[in-house]
Design a protein around this ligand. Structure first.
Ligand code: DOR
Ligand code: ZN
Length: 425
């Protein structure tokens, strides 16, 4: 196994030091380290962070390998500074059995670029009618702990309650895509001034807020863990703030795009901006930023949603919702939060690792810690070029934007997955 000596690097913004990585762990830290057998990585000007952890990634395999595969998505993740991603269950077939989650888990191991942790479906076929085999997925080699019908809401309150009860047995968590389906029928974008002007059917904020309010009450009643996917409105922040003040075991994520972009983008009719939940107003963006800084929203999760050209480059009404995120998440978060490295580590690594139960991840680079880390050049600026992304799809909303920060290297259990900004395999 190759040893690496990272010299003169700032760990989370602290004074520069050296990091020796050997046998999968951070073996030593300190100024002036030497190791004759180690590959030297010049860390001058770079910041070392614990490897990023994404709680919400769509890898599209099995079923839509034309949009992404576990291997291409893993490469995109490593290039984005991630060492672990949780793969959503809305594949084809749906990840609602031990067989499918084990397949995804195995493909992740074979790709070997990030730890791919499958998420299991809550209901069979994401149909919202019968609970899937949650226990069998939990007991499988993939050791599933997060269950989600993401893409669909678990709208039936009785099913949601039963899922919350069921996962308690193995300290699992239900991750809800909060969208009251009766309130969003035919919705094309955020319901507000702009949807009215454009004549597009709106997706009202209350359709998200009503489900979050219901589910925090259910989670409180059952005494179970609830996670809310892609929170997008100021009202949702208010509901979460109250629930947390009462001690409900609820966590929540926000996507980079909901932290940066608004429903103004819809006036272009460019389907790259179509996403579910939709881009909201500037006031929502401001509330989400505050909530993230305060911890009312616990983490940033990408909702990386690759789509083929056929599914995305068509009329707005027919385009699939979703946008790429893995390769730009750190840059957007850096842009939004500024160089608050400890906060970034908390929101993008330590807390998502803790929620997902990924015990090997989310550790600051310190002696004895598993060597899952990433090196960022905060001074670099880069122009996003869709054709240069590692993802198999091109649907980034940041095309040709200049973003701060560049991932220079990523290490998974002491092995480099990215060096000099390039994937190692
Ligand atoms: O925009 C979205 N895309 N939202 C979802 O909930 C699902 C996702 C997808 O799978 O494309
Ligand atoms: Zn979703």
């Amino acid at each position: 196994m190759t040893a690496y000596l990272i010299t003169n690097v700032s760990v989370l913004g602290a004074a520069p030091t050296d990091l020796l990585i050997r046998d999968g762990v951070v073996a030593e830290t300190g100024v002036g380290l030497t190791a004759s057998d180690a590959v030297v990585v010049d860390g001058t000007g770079l910041v070392a962070l614990p490897g990023l952890v994404d709680l919400h990634t769509h890898l599209r395999e099995p079923g839509r390998e034309d949009a992404e595969t576990v291997a291409t998505g893993s490469r995109a993740a490593a290039l984005g500074g991630f060492t672990a991603v949780c793969a959503m269950a809305n594949t084809s077939p749906v990840a609602d059995t031990a067989g499918v989650v084990e397949q995804v888990w195995r493909l992740g191991r074979e790709a070997g670029l990030v730890d791919v942790q499958p998420i299991g479906a809550v209901t069979v076929g994401l149909a919202g009618e019968r609970l899937a085999e949650l226990g069998a997925m939990a007991d499988s080699a993939a050791r599933v702990r997060i269950f989600s019908d993401d893409g669909h809401c678990v709208a039936d309150p009785r099913l949601m309650r039963r899922a919350l009860e069921y996962v308690k047995a193995f300290d699992g968590i239900v991750a809800q895509h909060a969208e009251e389906p009766r309130l969003t029928e035919g919705a094309q974008m955020h319901e507000g001034e702009i949807s009215t002007r454009l004549g597009l059917t709106g997706w009202p904020a209350v359709a998200e807020e009503a489900i979050i309010a219901r589910d925090v009450l259910l989670a409180e009643h059952v005494g179970s863990r609830l996670h809310i996917c892609h929170v997008s409105t100021a009202g949702s922040v208010g509901v979460l703030r109250q629930a947390k003040a009462r001690g409900v075991q609820v966590t929540a994520e926000v996507t980079p795009h909901h932290l940066l972009l608004t429903d103004e983008k819809a006036v272009t009719y460019d389907p790259v901006y179509k996403v579910n939940p939709p881009l909201r107003t500037a006031a929502d963006v401001a509330a989400l930023r505050t909530a993230l800084a305060e911890g009312v929203v616990d983490i940033v999760a990408t909702d990386h949603a690759p789509h083929s050209v056929e599914d995305k480059e068509c009329e707005w009404a027919y385009a699939r919702p979703g946008m790429l995120g893995l390769e730009t998440a750190l840059s957007i978060t850096l842009d939004v939060l500024g160089p608050r490295w400890d906060l970034i580590a908390e929101r993008m690594s330590r807390t998502p690792a803790r929620i997902a139960g990924l015990t090997e991840h989310g550790h600051d680079p310190a002696p004895g810690a598993p060597a899952n880390l990433t090196l960022v050049d905060p001074a670099a600026r880069r122009v996003v070029e869709p054709t240069e992304l590692a993802s198999r799809s091109r649907n980034t909303p940041y095309a040709r934007m200049t973003l701060p920060g560049r991932i220079v290297a990523t290490f998974l259990r002491g092995e480099a997955t990215v060096l000099d900004g390039k994937a190692v395999k």
